[in-house]
Design a protein around this ligand. Sequence first.
Ligand code: ZN
Length: 57
Amino acid sequence: MSDQHCPGFEANKSLSEVTVKCPDCGKEQEIFSDELGKQVKCKGCDSLFDSTACKVE
Ligand SMILES: [Zn+2]
């Protein structure tokens, strides 16, 4: 992780919520945009999936 201790609001502004859908059980859930590109653990079935590939437009 890089050092992101920027003062002010700029850093937080770029953080938004993204909806992703589990490929195994189809449950939709919201993650923060900084979690895109990481593995997300499904709240429905506990399976790990790629958040970018399963993003809901
Ligand atoms: Zn699931």
